[in-house]
Design a protein around this ligand. Structure first.
Ligand SMILES: Nc1ncnc2c1ncn2[C@@H]1O[C@H](COP(=O)(O)OP(=O)(O)O)[C@@H](O)[C@H]1O
Ligand SMILES: [Mg+2]
Length: 250
């Protein structure tokens, strides 16, 4: 599904990504771990099409299609979802109305008609039940006064509604409490299917107590220096990133 080959990217004259290779297939969950400043969020932003970064070499393809010339919205319409794509507060626009607009924009971009109102309601009901999202939450203004956990709930709800092919969840160091971690993990586990792929970016191992990834990659100084199965995350938790750094230097 997602194929990244020899990706190099810079901001200004600073090279941040220094040759990333990553293959993600449908049905897989990948975790990308690494210390602060390694380039994890940069990688996520570049896949989603953030234009602040300059890709200087390499390629990113989604189902064989080169993404490089596509704007962020076009990538989204093709099924790329990045968490916190819409962190803005929109007073007066409810979570539900926002989703309705987002879904219909995606459908339009893919040559489909708007989703009929009754079907939309049905989908909203199904997904909110699946994720145990309260009705009251759906009528609140988007992100206005949302707690960390509520922002996560909104993000996971967006993911459930948009049914992306490729979801990238950047669970930064932002002090996620255990409730927020559970919301994300629960959502990922429920939304995982053999048609989609999920990339979870995390600094800490603890999120992976709830989500069991098929593959774990360690990103260090702009490169993936080690890949393994879920046990790699435990090893990292135990030995820290210095262990990998030392291994690299040896
Ligand atoms: N917009 C930017 N301007 C300047 N430097 C940046 C920018 N974004 C990221 N960087 C730098 O790139 C490196 C990687 O950052 P980032 O991708 O956020 O790391 P991570 O998510 O792994 O903590 C850091 O050294 C950071 O300072
Ligand atoms: Mg980050």
């Amino acid at each position: 599904m997602l194929s990244i080959k020899n990706l190099h990217a810079s901001i200004g004259d600073k090279e941040i990504l220094k040759g990333i290779n990553l293959e993600v297939k449908a049905g897989e969950i990948h975790a990308i771990m690494g210390p602060n400043g390694a380039g994890k969020s940069t990688l996520a932003s570049i896949i989603a099409g953030n234009e602040n970064y300059e890709v200087t070499d390499g390629e990113i393809t989604l189902d064989g299609e080169d993404l490089s010339e596509l704007a962020p919205e076009e990538r989204a319409h093709k099924g790329v979802f990045l968490s916190f794509q819409y962190p803005v507060e929109i007073p007066g626009v409810s979570v539900t109305n926002f989703m309705r607009t987002a879904i219909n924009e995606t459908r339009k971009a893919n040559g489909l008609e708007e989703m009929p109102a009754n079907e939309m309601l049905k989908v909203i009901r199904e997904k909110s039940e699946l994720l145990e999202i309260d009705r009251k939450f759906l009528s609140r203004s988007l992100n206005e006064g949302f707690s960390g956990g509520e922002k996560k709930r909104n993000e996971i709800f967006q993911m459930a509604m948009l049914e992306p092919k490729l979801a990238i969840l950047d669970e930064t160091d932002s002090g996620l409490d255990i409730d927020a971690l559970r919301i994300v993990a629960n959502g990922v586990n429920k939304l995982k299917s053999d048609k989609n792929a999920i990339v979870v970016i995390t600094h800490y191992q603890r999120l992976l107590d709830y989500i069991v990834p098929d593959f774990v990659h360690v990103l260090l100084n702009g490169k993936i220096v080690k890949s393994g199965d879920a046990s790699l995350a435990l090893e990292l938790e135990e030995k820290g990133y210095d262990w990998i750094k030392q291994e690299q230097e040896a």
